[in-house]
Design a protein around this ligand. Structure first.
Ligand SMILES: NC(=O)c1ccc[n+]([C@@H]2O[C@H](COP(=O)([O-])OP(=O)(O)OC[C@H]3O[C@@H](n4cnc5c(N)ncnc54)[C@H](O)[C@@H]3O)[C@@H](O)[C@H]2O)c1
Length: 397
């Protein structure tokens, strides 16, 4: 095989973007041979490509014999069901974020992959965590992995530049509903940031969150979250997000004994600084005898770190290279369960006002979400031309 024959399942906003990049030759060894959408009006954009097969049922695309791989870009609940179907049929799978809505679903999806991999050890399963290709996060990851920061003591990410209007929420029946997507800002906008948080700083052992459901928008799910993280070694973290603040902030700080990494992404561009301590801060606390002394510092900048990387194209290329050449995946989908669990813990904590310990019992949030769906009286407003694919998205599991 010298090209991966891909089928995209769900060709709405994101799926169309993926299709366009492949059709424009941005992923040279990937060929778009099939698309699937429950809404056939989405096929109009492929009219000039008669060779691309169109399906309204993902089962048919998966079993068509035409594809080596699928990219699942449907509303989130289907990532689990369609992902299980694809992997069980020995189809390489690239799943959009979040890999699933609940930890319970993520476990089922990963179990299907592990089962399929026993028959085909070369089967690839990747997640669309495109921000892992961003050179700024890669630099931070490298520095932390090399021990340049020493032990991490505190991290915090203010990521409030996910501003969204009512028009956005009205643009899809599934959006911002418990039944359609199982959450709000933590499930839709933040999976990237939560994945990066755990990639850089690890998974906390406890989460305490406050926030709001429909605080800024006419929606039933969370549009604000302010969470505190506790780590096994005593380190602390804070994760603050909303879709209701303008202008928003995107500032990530990670502080270790040997210094502090600060990434600021704003209207004036991006800035990454490493403020290094000359000596280990913990040693200094113990050994220095001046009352108000502090370690000397020097500030390192990274002029060669530029741009935001290959993003979605980069993940699709990497997935292709993993299938064709066996290269390592940038974002193995099994790792996606960490971001799912952290999101579930934040949602559960902010709604129940409890401190949540991780690992979480997967049933706890899954059952809670089922009750939210069953008790929901929320009437979703959608725009006339908005896709309404809510029908059965949760029950279809
Ligand atoms: N990686 C990123 O940067 C990024 C950005 C945006 C969206 N996403 C993810 O992509 C997914 C889709 O988001 P979107 O904004 O494109 O939504 P969308 O509503 O624009 O598109 C979803 C499409 O899936 C179709 N669909 C629904 N159920 C289906 C099913 N069972 N089988 C086949 N098709 C089905 C819908 O008809 C629609 O065309 C979400 O999970 C979202 O989190 C990722």
């Amino acid at each position: 095989m010298d090209k991966v024959r891909l089928g995209i399942i769900g060709v709405g906003g994101m799926g169309s973007g993926h299709a366009r990049q492949i059709l424009d030759g941005k992923v040279p060894r990937m060929e778009l041979v099939a698309v699937c959408d429950v809404d056939p009006s989405k096929f109009k954009q492929f009219e000039q490509y008669p060779k691309i097969k169109k399906y309204t049922k993902s089962e048919e695309l998966i079993r068509s014999g035409k594809v080596d791989a699928v990219l699942i870009a449907t509303p989130h609940y289907f990532h689990t069901t369609i992902g299980i179907d694809a992997l069980s049929n020995n189809i390489h799978t690239l799943v959009e974020k979040p890999i699933s809505v609940t930890k319970a679903d993520a476990l089922k999806l990963i179990a299907a992959y592990n089962k399929a991999k026993k028959k085909n050890p070369d089967l690839k399963f990747s997640a669309m965590f495109n921000q892992r290709t961003d050179p700024y996060y890669i630099k931070m990851h490298d520095l932390i992995q090399k021990g340049e920061l020493g032990t991490i003591r505190r991290s915090n990410w203010i990521i409030t530049n996910w501003f969204r209007t009512e028009a956005y929420y009205r643009s899809g029946g599934w959006r911002a509903t418990w039944a359609g997507e199982g959450g709000g800002v933590l499930v839709n906008q933040c999976p990237h940031n939560i994945d990066l948080y755990q990639w850089l700083c690890g998974v906390p052992c406890a989460v305490t969150a406050i926030g709001g459901l429909g605080k800024y928008h006419d929606i039933e799910v969370e549009d604000e979250c302010c969470a505190l993280f506790e780590y096994e070694n005593g380190a602390t973290g804070a994760f603050i997000t909303t879709t209701g603040e303008a202008p928003g902030t995107n500032r990530l700080e990670i502080c270790g004994d040997m210094g502090k990494l600060v990434l600021d992404i704003g209207v004036n561009g991006r800035k990454l600084e490493f403020i290094r301590n000359e000596v280990n801060a913990q040693d200094f606390i113990k050994k220095n005898d001046s009352r108000f002394g502090a370690p000397q510092t020097w500030t390192v900048t990274f002029p060669s770190v530029q741009g935001n990387g290959e993003q979605h194209i980069g993940i699709k290329k990497n997935f292709t290279n993993a299938i064709l050449d066996g290269v390592e995946l940038i974002a193995p989908a099994e790792e996606g369960i960490k971001a799912v669990e952290m999101a579930n813990a934040m949602q559960y904590s902010l709604m129940t006002h409890q401190r949540v310990e991780l690992p979480m019992d997967p049933k706890v949030f899954a059952n809670y979400l089922k009750k939210l769906i069953a008790n929901s009286k929320f009437v979703k407003k959608t725009d006339k031309n908005a896709s309404d694919d809510l029908n059965g998205s949760f029950n279809n599991k």
